[in-house]
Design a protein. Sequence first.
Length: 350
Amino acid sequence: MRGYGFEVEAVSWGEILSALRAGYSGREIIFDGVSKCDYEIENAVLSDVLIINVESLEEIDVIGRITEKLDKESRVGVRFNLDIHIKAHRYVRTGIRGSKFGVDLKDWFKAYSRILKWKKLNALGIHSHIGSMIGEINPFVQNMSKLMDIAGMILDKLGIELKYIDIGGGFGVSYAYDKGIDLDKCLKEVSRKYFEKCNEYGLNEPTVVIEPGRYLVAESGILLTKVNYVKESGGRRWILVDAGMNDLIRPALYGAKHRIINLSNEHGEKAVYSIGGPICESSDVFLLDSEFPETRRGDILAILDVGAYGYSMASNYNSRPRPMEILVSKDKVKIIRKRERYEDILRLVV
């Protein structure tokens, strides 16, 4: 991704460290996160990240004290909760009133005034991330409009001209039944609002930051799984596979529906099946009561569009090792993550 010019938005020191080891500089990283630990902030400041986006008034003082202790300046922004509603699973609606994310809009003056009190803090940006899997354009336009309104008021009342307007991400992807967003049309509408507000407030065209992670990589991942058994239970035909919710938790957590292909019998006669994994929970289901090609023990199934929040949300639940990851690029195939062994799971047990 770095080779294509993309930079990094991180929400933990672990993600920052991964980016640094991948060759990114601190100035190519923005640090978000609703509950940053002191050691994470210290390491972010020492790594000279581009911006630390704060999510509470108290966090401003925490960062201020840390910069004084380290005798090192830091650039900060403020993430706001702008109460913008989206049509998405409630777990991924992050910009609605009362959620744990961001600073209330009414506290914009308090936030930036507090930043000015700390000698080593530089107010550089403003941020809002309203959620995920958004298929509509209007919420993004609202987000840009409100952020630019705040930026205009900050310039007028405090004399601070912000350099970065971070509108977050959440651009919807077409999974099995989800409607993806028309990104070109969306960005044109958002850009139109941006320039309108620049003219309205006399802003010097601050840099716009977007976080399109899922949109970029979701379709690039495939989870391969083997059929262990096919059985009937209470009139329902089950395909039981060796991958589980520990490997891909999105269906269990969000009710997400991924496209699935039987690579061993892709064009076979169809019947109504459900597909479940080996985990000891009823939520460990990838497909429920849907038409699917005739399937037998040993068939290989491909669960598509798992490039985003697939391996990164995987776990060792039920003491199951996580799978290897293989990168396929044109005619090149490379193992980029080794398969876990049971010894790896037990290594830290004392």
